[in-house]
Design a binder for this molecule. Structure first.
Ligand code: TXA
Ligand code: MG
Length: 341
């Protein structure tokens, strides 16, 4: 099968594929997704197969009108409604008990479903034109960095799916914030994203960041969000996350540079690394810009033949939390504390 690149004017063709039960690459403001008819188990099976994704990892269901989530869930608590009104369309996924309209396979066998109303105009157009809710995991092969351009998605999916809708570079660059409601006043962040805990706090009385966000999930633990337990987002290069100040990082790198080694750092670190002869690369001059470039930076390191990537740990407030969460998984929890090395 040749994977076709489609454009805005081909949305009717992409929607026809969706209605025919085929998976199609879809741009969103976060990352590219692998879209299919959420209510068609056969189509959903094709998405799991194309990604090589474990069957117990649920898909998010995407809508293009806030009125469309009611039939997909058994109830919408007032807090969920308030969050949807404040953050949709946008990078927030809200988990609620699923109705029978969502097949078990779409939900990875769980009783719940995550719903998201994306902001990207082509995602909205594809969902509307298809006329069905659209299930879409990130468009990478399972375990690889998420695609933030159509070219990244094509690199993973060429020959596995009929088409990808080309929609430019994703502006957020990290996947949506996934939340569940613990009770009428409490939001639990299962996966951090572009909507930050600080922003959620403007709507919910309490916001809890789940333990699995910042730590390794122990073997055998039951997790609220199955995606948390897999090694994930990983480039081919080995990734080591280095905790510590710029001075600690430089000292550490002096004994760890060599052929095939690259330091991924913040803008402010670049002159210091260069002065010390440490090959380095920086992306973006704000937390948001760094998040937008994050997955691309991992793919670029692979393309450049980097074998070992050392990343100075980002801050864990604001959008930095999302980048940190992806990094510890990309690193397979290889985290060193440079101040004590
Ligand atoms: O930004 C995004 O969310 C992108 C774009 C395409 O919308 N999608 C995405 O999907 O990142 P995926 O499948 O790669 O990640 C979804 C995450 C997984 O970690 C999954 O375990 C979790 O959300 N998830 C989905 N439904 C869930 C549910 N019902 N309960 C708990 N976790 C859920
Ligand atoms: Mg994913």
């Amino acid at each position: 099968m040749n994977t076709k690149l489609l454009h805005a004017e081909n949305i009717p063709e992409a929607a026809a594929l969706i209605r025919a039960g085929e998976p199609v690459g879809m741009p969103t403001e976060t990352v590219y997704g692998l879209a299919c008819d959420a209510g068609n188990p056969e189509a959903v099976r094709k998405v799991f197969a194309a990604k090589g994704r474990p069957a117990d990892n649920p898909l998010i269901v995407h809508i293009a009108d806030i009125a469309d989530w009611a039939p997909l869930v058994t109830e919408i608590p007032p807090l969920a409604q308030k969050l949807a009104e404040r953050f949709w369309p946008g990078p927030l996924t809200i988990i609620l008990p699923r109705s029978e309209r969502v097949p078990a396979i779409t939900a990875g066998g769980l009783d719940s479903v995550g719903i998201r109303f994306p902001a990207h105009p082509l995602a909205q157009a594809l969902i509307k034109e298809s006329g069905v809710p659209i299930a879409a995991p990130s468009g990478n092969r399972s375990g690889s960095p998420s695609p933030t351009t159509a070219a990244h998605m094509l690199a993973d999916m060429d020959g596995r799916i009929p088409a990808i809708v080309e929609g430019g570079s994703c502006i957020c660059g990290v996947e949506s914030t996934v939340i569940a409601l613990d009770n009428a006043e409490t939001v639990r962040v299962l996966r951090p994203g572009f909507v930050t805990p600080e922003q959620l706090k403007t709507v919910a009385r309490r916001v809890i960041v789940d333990d699995a966000v910042l730590a390794k999930v122990r073997e055998g633990t039951v997790v609220r969000s199955p995606g948390m337990k897999y090694r994930h987002y990983a480039p081919k290069a080995r990734v080591t996350l280095v905790q510590g100040s710029q001075a600690d990082f430089l000292r550490y790198m002096e004994t760890h540079t060599g052929t095939g080694v690259l330091a991924l750092v913040f803008d402010a670190d670049v002159p210091a690394c260069e002065a010390d002869g440490i090959p380095c690369k920086a992306y973006g001059d704000s937390d948001e810009a760094r998040a937008a470039a994050f997955f691309a930076s991992l793919r670029e390191a692979d393309a450049a033949g980097v074998q070992h990537l050392y990343v100075r740990a980002p801050r864990t407030d604001g959008v930095g939390l999302a980048v940190y969460n992806r990094l510890i998984r990309a690193a397979g929890y290889d985290i060193v504390h440079a101040e004590t090395e």
